[in-house]
Ligand binder design. Structure first.
Ligand SMILES: CCCCCCCCC/C=C/C(=O)SCCNC(=O)CCNC(=O)[C@H](O)C(C)(C)COP(=O)(O)OP(=O)(O)OC[C@H]1O[C@@H](n2cnc3c(N)ncnc32)[C@H](O)[C@@H]1OP(=O)(O)O
Ligand SMILES: NC(=O)C1=CN([C@@H]2O[C@H](COP(=O)(O)OP(=O)(O)OC[C@H]3O[C@@H](n4cnc5c(N)ncnc54)[C@H](OP(=O)(O)O)[C@@H]3O)[C@@H](O)[C@H]2O)C=CC1
Length: 260
């Protein structure tokens, strides 16, 4: 199968200049991969961004690229209380991007391993949402939770992460009902060829997963960044609670078939 050509970075930039002027966003995991790309696009569109992550040196690299409208806090969302969010009187956009897991057969995942992945991808993110609620509600704010596509269909090798991501999708829908002043979304980007995913799977396995998606393609960083920015804009005003899969159609295919 011949895949459709990917849009160029410039073709992905569909939002007008200044679309996020005067907006204030918090992006977790802003020191690498998707979080950095999202941060740079939000800043380019006029927003001010506070980035969060454990490694200050990675956040400082993002700061050097983003310029003066980017500040950062080096902290661990699993082990530190989300006071930095509770202190914000006003917040337009929270991008819950920090996350991840390890790939292992279910039988080899210990209780501590399961807890660590549930904590990072569900419980810690729920705590961030609770802390951010007043600031978000004050501004009619939005939340984008990064997720995996079709977590409810099962993902062999990622049972802990699939459980957490199905949980965050349910949390997103439930909060969208309970907090009508805030719009919440899950964005599932399929396979994005970041250094982070490269540490989880060797290149040949990743290439196979990408090839077996219905569209035969990965999702670019520029596409993910533009989708997140769009969810922070007026165009997303009539949407809440949705899981949006920007995944080359991989959510349509059982994960076991993708893994080969
Ligand atoms: C296939 C189809 C794909 C199909 C599709 C695949 C597409 C994938 C798309 C997703 C892409 C991404 O997410 S990209 C993001 C990539 N980056 C990451 O995922 C990195 C994130 N990882 C982390 O932050 C951490 O490692 C995290 C998982 C939270 C664990 O944090 P901690 O530091 O607290 O944990 P540790 O102290 O190291 O370990 C806690 C327990 O976990 C266990 N543990 C840790 N690594 C383990 C491992 N590889 N195998 C077993 N068990 C492990 C340890 O043994 C401990 O248990 P005991 O031994 O009992 O003490
Ligand atoms: N790449 C892909 O194909 C896909 C990725 N995703 C999801 O998108 C998100 C970003 O992935 P990607 O950019 O590829 O991978 P990265 O590994 O580059 O991103 C993870 C980010 O989260 C931060 N982070 C991890 N743990 C913590 C913590 N405890 N406290 C604070 N920050 C933390 C990391 O920074 P630091 O280590 O400095 O703390 C890092 O910046 C993840 O949630 C991932 O699961 C979803 C589907 C596909």
């Amino acid at each position: 199968m011949t895949a459709a050509p990917r849009p160029s970075p410039e073709e992905c930039k569909v939002l007008p200049a200044g679309a996020l002027r005067d907006r204030f966003a918090v992006v977790t995991g802003a020191g690498s991969g998707i979080g950095r790309a999202v941060t740079l696009r939000l800043v380019e569109l006029g927003a001010s961004v506070m980035g969060v992550g454990r490694r200050a040196e990675r956040l400082a690299e993002t700061a050097a690229l983003a310029g003066h409208r980017f500040t950062y806090r080096a902290l661990d969302i699993r082990h530190e209380p989300p006071d930095f969010l509770a202190e914000l009187a006003e917040l337009d956009l929270l991008v819950n991007n920090a996350g991840g897991q390890f790939i292992a057969p279910a039988a080899e995942i210990s209780r501590r391993g399961f807890d660590a992945v549930l904590d990072l991808n569900l419980t810690a993110q729920a705590a961030l949402l609770q802390a951010a609620r007043p600031g978000l509600a004050a501004r009619g704010g939005r939340v984008v939770n990064l997720s995996l596509s079709a977590p409810d269909r099962g993902i062999p090798g990622l049972v802990h992460s699939a459980a957490a991501r199905a949980g965050i999708a349910a949390l997103t829908r439930s909060l969208a009902r309970q907090w009508p002043a805030i719009k919440l979304f899950c964005l599932a980007p399929g396979t994005v060829l970041t250094a982070g995913v490269g540490e989880e799977l060797p290149p040949e396995e990743l290439a196979g997963i990408v090839e077996r998606t219905p569209l035969g393609r990965d999702t670019s960083l520029d596409e993910v960044a533009e989708w997140v920015a769009a969810l922070g804009c007026g165009i997303a005003d009539a949407v809440s609670g949705a899981l949006i899969e920007v995944d080359g159609g991989s959510g349509l295919v059982a994960a076991a078939a993708l893994a080969g």
